[in-house]
Design a binder for this molecule. Structure first.
Ligand SMILES: [Zn+2]
Length: 246
């Protein structure tokens, strides 16, 4: 079933999934598509099957920086749907892919009648906040090479070896000059970690990229597993779900 490609939907019990399913569709998300602007209401909730969504902060001087990534292990818009609130950041499609999508009002109705579904969605929100905190530390303290490698490894987990990315976009996501990204990408290519051609990055040796990444990649995986059980960051529906602590 297509919906179970998303790790969160794979954990929803059959009764709730049937309730959601009446209004659950599948959409193609295109590169650069904006799913929400900052302080804008979020009419739909997205559960990616593949591809990557980025939560970004835009500053007045034109700089942007990514503060969180959402892929097949997560959901965008659920927390906002529950209390009719707006998005706290701009959310856009970084790597195209498919997603299950549901009307925010419908998700709210089903969730408010299911403590189990509510607990599941809140567990993901806790992980997302933890991911944003880790990203804040990473952006402030780790080198561009470490950050780029972390970013590539995380993208590899969520979207595979072939990443349709321009250096300009990568620089934008990392909040650095394009020339900085270009220098690091050149070095990684020279050492055989990645291959790069216009608008496209291929990860050649993921183990080497992991070694060059900062601790934040592993930290984010562990934060996910803390919420959903050991190994959950790698497999839909795997891991033992810890009891909610609220
Ligand atoms: Zn880091």
């Amino acid at each position: 079933m297509a919906h179970s490609k998303n790790y969160i939907l794979a954990r929803v019990n059959p009764v709730d999934l049937e309730d959601l399913g009446r209004k659950l569709g599948v959409v193609d998300l295109k590169h650069g598509q904006v799913l929400a602007e900052t302080r804008q209401r979020v009419p739909h909730v997205y559960f990616p099957h593949g591809g990557i969504l980025s939560s970004v902060v835009e500053l007045k001087d034109g700089w942007t920086i990514e503060t969180g990534m959402i892929g097949k292990e997560g959901v965008f818009g659920a927390a906002q749907a529950l209390d009719n609130k707006v998005s706290l950041s701009k959310v856009m499609v970084q790597v195209p892919g498919q997603a299950s999508v549901v009307d925010a009002e419908h998700l709210k109705t089903v969730t408010l009648s299911s403590p189990e579904l509510l607990a599941l969605l809140l567990r993901y929100e806790r992980f997302f906040l933890a991911q944003v905190q880790q990203t804040t530390a990473c952006n402030a303290l780790h080198t561009i090479e470490q950050r780029m490698c972390k970013w590539l490894v995380r993208m590899h987990d969520l979207a595979g070896d072939e990443l349709p990315l321009t250096q300009e976009f990568l620089a934008q996501m990392m909040g650095v000059m394009r020339s900085s990204v270009s220098g690091v990408a050149k070095q990684l290519q020279k050492e055989g970690l990645i291959s790069y051609r216009r608008g496209h990055v291929r990860i050649v040796d993921i183990e080497l990229v992991k070694r060059r990444s900062c601790e934040c990649y592993q930290a984010v995986r562990e934060l996910y597993d803390d919420q959903f059980g050991e190994g959950a960051s790698q497999q839909p529906g795997s891991g033992h779900s810890p009891r909610p602590s609220y």
